[in-house]
Design a protein around this ligand. Structure first.
Ligand code: TPP
Ligand code: MG
Length: 577
């Protein structure tokens, strides 16, 4: 469409911002607008009118959901997205999602406006609304500083592109993380000459590899091990790493234990899979017997107060973030530590082992050992998911598994049912199972929207605690899901409140007063109508399910709605408390 104006097209800091985001491959800008954004609102409208490419704006009525949508998109694709928020207020409202993107190492660019820095009309964008005085705070960036990998203030529109590219370069370089840029209205309004910047000169750093000497020792240790065990939590952020790990296990005969997995790291049906462990207060048998433990990409490989490798085990740690500078207390007794990309390191180890040649009898014995343990575990899980008198998390999860597509995306925010879900959902393909990778609850709904935007052809299934469903701001989530056509199934594991705080209290005070009372102020009694919230906000299909026999038909009906009507469905499944 031609410009309706006779004068040359306005080109501002905001125009440069949109161009830079597009050039950087940002597809979506999850946005919540305010009085700090006139230049951006104008540029978005101008770009649309003129048919110029820009990220698609996704209106996000709650900022926590906006940032969580960006997280979900990136967890699935690796591609960083943008989030636009309103001054300090919108920055505060990003809330716990800030913790999640930081801890989960999600590259994302958060852009925030700031109160104008002139008040008498000196510059375009100068103060003209009362809130501009109220929103002028001493340290807006300080709100998120403790969590950002990079944060800065945009001081002119003239280097907007360079600042955006630099932010994204830092955010997307391992260990990845969020970046925050704030700018006053005058900066976005500033009329500038278009700047051409070659995005190719601002790429993330290349994947890092193991040094030759360390590689040789790791390969020799693994080749000589009787019970080699890989412990991992997030190597599956890169599907290539999963394939390399499978190849390593096929060759060497190593077990794999997923510890608090935030991604799908290893196929659960592979005979080397030794399952997963979360908070279960038991010594893991695969970990206990391991003589060589290869920790790859894990923040919590075990909880040492009750679960740890033997003192004689040789521990080698390969991680994109091995020393965890951002975690004040962190150590494991590793004899070797490397900062390296998991897929690259595994490829190197495989090549080394192949070149050296392995004793086939020893590899065969190891494989048989792990396969026998795997079969034992599989039988135990099959037993646990049998229907009981009341609905169990294991049973619901198994019913979901039987009903969904094989490559459906599982969004797990099951909390005290994290393990039940991970164990019984049975994911076998990379990039099919996710958690928030962190601990600020309410990630599930936004993550599902982000993932569905990233992969519209995939089935997305949220399995969430009732508390976590409430934390997710379901009114915003379901409004957005309908508006942007991102249908998904949600199963609420409704145990009438927060079970985790009871577990936490009883683990420290097993015989105390809290152990002898029902009322710990953690029950939702009576609970809200979870499905009704989604129906009201976004026309979702909803059902309450409180009988074992109703679980399978309800899941089938809900999935039919999602698949055929492209509408969200929420099943409120009542578990025993
Ligand atoms: C934003 C935020 N607030 C509070 C907590 C503390 N917390 C951890 S688990 C939990 C309960 C979660 O309830 P639900 O999702 O129903 O899972 P359940 O414990 O019942 O399995 C709470 C409140 C948290 N992790 N994040
Ligand atoms: Mg609950």
């Amino acid at each position: 469409m031609a410009s309706p104006q006779s004068r040359p097209e306005l080109y501002t800091g905001a125009s440069a911002m949109l161009e830079a985001l597009h050039q950087a491959g940002v597809s979506y800008m999850f946005s919540n607008f305010g009085s700090d954004h006139p230049a951006i609102v104008e540029a978005i409208a101008q770009f649309k009118a003129l048919g110029r490419p820009a990220p698609r704006v996704i209106t996000s009525p709650h900022e926590m959901v906006a940032l969580t949508c960006a997280q979900g998109y990136t967890q699935l694709t690796g591609q960083p997205q943008a989030v636009l928020v309103h001054v300090d207020c919108g920055t505060q409202q990003l809330a716990g999602a800030v913790h999640n993107v930081a801890k989960c190492r999600i590259p994302v660019l958060i852009l925030a406006g700031a109160s104008p820095y002139t008040q008498e009309g000196e510059l375009k964008g100068s103060r003209n609304e009362f809130i501009h005085w109220l929103q002028d705070v001493p340290d807006q960036r300080g709100i998120v500083r403790g969590y950002m990998k990079y944060e800065n203030e945009l001081r002119t529109g003239r280097n907007m592109k360079q600042m955006i590219f630099r932010s994204l370069q830092i955010a997307a370089s391992d260990p990845k993380g969020p970046a925050y840029l704030m700018g006053a209205r005058e900066v976005f309004e500033e009329e500038i000459e278009p700047v051409a910047v070659d995005r190719g000169q601002w790429l993330p750093i290349a994947a890092s590899a193991l040094p030759e000497e360390g590689l040789s020792e790791i390969a020799a240790r693994l080749a000589g091990a009787k019970r080699p065990l890989v412990v991992t939590s997030y190597l599956g952020r890169n599907p290539d790493a999963v394939r390399e790990l499978v190849a390593l296990c096929d060759l060497l005969g190593a077990g794999v234990l997923e510890s608090v997995p935030s991604y799908m790291n290893f196929p659960t049906d592979h005979p080397c899979s030794q399952g997963q462990q979360g908070n279960e207060k038991t010594l893991n048998p695969a970990l206990a017997e391991a003589d060589v433990v290869l920790v790859i990409d894990s923040d919590v490989p075990w909880i040492p107060s009750f679960n740890r490798p033997s003192d004689s085990a040789h521990i080698c740690h390969i991680d994109i973030d091995p020393v965890k500078e951002r975690t004040p207390l962190w150590y494991i007794p590793a004899a070797q530590v490397f900062r390296a990309d998991a897929a690259t390191a595994l490829r190197q180890i495989l090549a080394k082992l192949r070149a050296a040649g392995l004793d086939p009898a020893a590899a065969g014995e190891r494989k048989a050992h792990f396969a026998a343990r795997h079969a034992e575990l599989t039988n135990k899980l099959a037993e646990r998911e049998q229907p009981k008198d009341t609905i169990t998390a294991e049973y619901v999860t198994a019913c979901v598994r039987r009903a969904i597509d094989r490559d459906a995306i599982i969004v797990n925010e099951g909390i005290t049912n994290y393990s039940a879900i991970n164990n019984h959902i049975g994911c076998t393909k990379p990039a099919t199972r996710f958690t928030s990778g962190a601990s600020s609850l309410g990630w599930n709904g936004g993550a599902a929207i982000g993932m569905k935007l990233a992969a519209p052809e995939k089935e997305v299934v949220v399995l969430t605690g009732d508390g976590s469903y409430m934390f997710s701001v379901p009114s915003t989530v379901h409004w957005m899901a309908r508006k942007y056509r991102t249908p998904f199934l949600t199963v609420v594991y409704n145990n009438r409140g927060w079970r985790a705080p009871r577990f936490s209290a009883l683990a420290v005070h097993p015989e105390g007063y809290a152990s002898k009372t029902e009322d710990l102020h953690i029950a939702f009694d009576p609970p809200p109508d979870y499905a009704g919230i989604a129906a009201a906000a976004g026309g979702a299909f909803g059902r309450k399910v409180d009988k074992v026999g109703d679980v399978e038909p309800a899941i089938a009906e809900a999935l039919k709605v999602v698949r055929e009507e492209q509408r969200c469905a929420v099943l409120d499944v009542w578990l025993a408390r």
